[in-house]
Design a protein around this ligand. Sequence first.
Ligand SMILES: *[C@@H]1O[C@H](CO)[C@@H](O)[C@H](O)[C@H]1NC(C)=O
Ligand SMILES: *[C@@H]1O[C@H](CO)[C@@H](O)[C@H](O)[C@H]1NC(C)=O
Length: 399
Amino acid sequence: MPNMFNTVGEYLVIFIAITVITFIKLLITPEGTPIFNVYRTPSSLHWLKTGVMFIILSIQKLQRMLASTSIEYENLETPQLLAHDNAIDFVYFTACNAEGDNFTASIARRSSSLADAHLFLKLPSSSLGLMEHPNTPSTTFSTDKSEFHAEGLKMISVTPVKKWKITYDGKMRATADSSRLYSIQIYLTFRSSIPIFDSVVDIDSFLTASAISLEPWSVEYFQLLNKKDRLHYGQFGELSGKIVIEGKEYTLSMDAIRYRSYDANWNWAVVHRSVVHYLTAENGDRFIIGKESMPITLSNLTWGFVYCVREKKTYPLQGCNFELYQHGEEEEPPMDYAFICSAGNRQYAIQIKVEQSSVCYVSKEWECKVIERICNAEIDGKRGWGTSRWLYRNVYGKS
Ligand SMILES: *[C@@H]1O[C@H](CO)[C@@H](O)[C@H](O)[C@H]1NC(C)=O
Ligand SMILES: *[C@@H]1O[C@H](CO)[C@@H](O)[C@H](O)[C@H]1NC(C)=O
């Protein structure tokens, strides 16, 4: 019997055929079923799509650098125009220190003179435990159109990008005994000389590219993704001042993170889930680590920033193995867990232990449930602390 294949040419043809068939097979491998029908899994073209997207995003970054069209954050600190019914203009502060003082306050301005505001506070030296605004779990207030103002809570940008004032004059209640209201005055100042990080333009291109490439691509998809008129940035800093509870004065100083966002036409219903960790390590390193799932655009997005105190530099997050679908998808979020993240070519192992949490609902129809969770952390063996903000789509609405 003669040999089936003799010449090098014949072998070459077979080799090419196998390569082509394998490639075609790869191309037509359907996308896997999304996890929980929400979180898309990589298709066989994932790496090719990631590569293409990474090149596009890198070119955009380069163009921005060459054109030196830096965003003027100074002009964005003040309340923005709320033209559309669904516009949202948001300021958020979260702060804590080694003594165990915790403070979180946010105001989201909305159209028709409404605002979603949230305030909670814990001063161990007051022995009153966690205190929250008496309206909790509702967060909706009527407000002054042109300010970050909701009932007694006010936030004012004194020197843009450097200094904010937060004041409150009103009641708060202790979560342990909700029947009793305390009269509280808060006078706090946020200061920072650390540059802003922008969660739209400064994030890691590779991480974003890999999130975009998980989704099916179409012209409509890129139109959705390309949404203009939005703004997301944050800043690490210090929050200090005094808090008066029933006439008794407490002076405090905390590590703080400030976050600011604006969207000309925002719909809470698009957020399936989101978890953002705001952490400080005892050596002064700061972390903001976000995981978001908005199935119509990005079902599995990772973003964040790490401020390295030794280098006095903020790095974009390059990776994080915390997955939403592994943490409290159907039930209560876990009380203790750990993950690894990387930024500035360093890895950080982060262990979280949740100490306390407070639940509230935002938006007109309570479209979204927010769980603010105070946590202790261990970051590469160092002590750490902070909060995590867990958002869930509340399909039940206001009920
Ligand atoms: C979600 O994104 C992260 C970070 O890019 C990635 O490590 C993870 O594998 C993704 N999950 C799925 C199901 O694709
Ligand atoms: C905030 O309160 C919790 C709960 O008591 C406490 O364990 C924690 O240490 C505090 N946070 C900080 C920043 O220390």
